[in-house]
Design a protein around this ligand. Structure first.
Ligand SMILES: CC(C)(COP(=O)(O)OP(=O)(O)OC[C@H]1O[C@@H](n2cnc3c(N)ncnc32)[C@H](O)[C@@H]1OP(=O)(O)O)[C@@H](O)C(=O)NCCC(=O)NCCS
Length: 170
């Protein structure tokens, strides 16, 4: 399922399935990006090997620059995580990962996709709204530091399959 885009410096950015050898690198990124509630490495190991899960990474110059995962059970999918390293943001990579998860969830029979996002994370909320998500609920004090979670949902019926290869400028 590998897909490739070309960054503005000419290097290749590859989207591929996560492999077990990626976990240590991803866990280091996770601790940097989610200082309040980073997943322990054991949780990543359990997650990525679970049959209902599907995890992908973005790799550039042999480094992982983003990762994301989805759980699909019956007709509902849940985005488990999504992150892009700070120096690679606003290049469309978050949207690329998310669209790939949507496509996979559809292939596994999902008709809708849900996610939780911190109420104080407008960047992620904007991405989700741009991808067709609507806020459906608010869970008060959901996160470890007392911040609320917004629950967002998207109907997957209209998801188009992704093209195999795309070129993209940063
Ligand atoms: C949220 C996150 C994954 C977005 O990744 P990204 O690669 O920068 O997103 P994209 O470049 O694909 O952005 C797509 C659209 O989302 C919206 N968006 C993304 N980042 C934004 C920001 N900082 N401010 C406002 N809108 C933003 C915009 O509509 C953007 O389109 P545009 O660039 O054409 O305006 C990234 O900021 C991140 O990793 N944040 C830390 C981890 C995190 O919060 N994960 C989500 C947990 S629920």
């Amino acid at each position: 399922m590998n897909q490739t885009r070309t960054a503005s410096d000419g290097s290749a950015v590859v989207l591929r399935e996560l492999e077990l050898v990626d976990i240590e690198q991803i866990h280091r990124l996770e601790c940097e990006l989610f200082p309040v509630d980073a997943w322990p490495i054991e949780m990543f190991l359990a997650e990525v090997q679970h049959p209902t899960r599907y995890y992908i990474v973005l790799e550039q110059d042999h480094k992982i620059i983003g990762y994301a995962g989805v759980m699909t059970v019956a007709d509902t999918a849940d985005i488990q995580t999504l992150a892009i390293c700070p120096s690679k943001r606003r290049c469309g990579y978050g949207a690329w990962l998310l669209e790939t998860l949507h496509e996979q969830a559809c292939a596994r029979g999902a008709q809708r996709v849900m996610l939780e996002v911190r109420a104080d994370n407008p960047a992620a909320q904007n991405l989700y709204v741009a991808q067709g998500y609507l806020p459906v609920h608010r869970r008060e004090r959901y996160y470890n530091d007392g911040v609320d979670a917004l629950i967002m949902m998207k109907d997957l019926e209209a998801v188009e399959p992704l093209q195999e290869e795309k070129h993209h400028d940063q």
